[in-house]
Design a protein around this ligand. Structure first.
Ligand SMILES: [Zn+2]
Ligand SMILES: [Zn+2]
Length: 139
């Protein structure tokens, strides 16, 4: 049995693929609905306003944004100071800024391209013989 400490409340719980305990999963789901509803009803609210109105901690809201669960549309997250994990630029949601996402994606493409290209270069049979003769001649 895999037992861990809940990342949210710190209680020991039986690990089932989530970093938080069952109570917290339920709680987080409620928090998430509250936050989402509030943003829908009060567009352009700041994170602090949302947090105060819903009684959901800024930390939790930040996590929703980081995980990409919460859409930052109609929601002013500038007071959060969320930063790109790569370059430190201010972002509104997720983990990276648009530029770094593009860079990362092209990096992935570049890497897969290199894998796809065959490493062995084809050599014409005649050339192989020629080289072979040269080696023999030198010896
Ligand atoms: Zn918990
Ligand atoms: Zn960045």
């Amino acid at each position: 049995m895999d037992v861990r400490n809940c990342k949210r409340c710190g209680k020991v719980f039986q690990y089932r693929g989530h970093n938080i305990c069952y109570n917290c999963i339920t709680q987080e789901e409620e928090d998430f609905q509250k936050v989402r509803e509030y943003i829908q009803k009060h567009p352009n609210s700041t994170t602090v306003e949302v947090s105060e109105a819903t009684e959901v901690s800024i930390k939790t809201i930040t996590r929703f944004l980081r995980e990409g669960r919460l859409d930052c549309e109609g929601f002013d997250t500038s007071d959060l100071g969320l930063q790109c994990e790569k370059c430190g630029k201010e972002i509104s949601s997720g983990r990276y800024c648009d530029e770094c996402i593009n860079e990362l994606q092209s990096g992935f493409k570049e890497a897969s391209k290199q894998i796809e290209t065959p490493v062995v270069t084809k050599v014409k049979p005649r050339e192989v013989v020629h080289t072979y003769d040269n080696i023999l001649g030198k010896k």
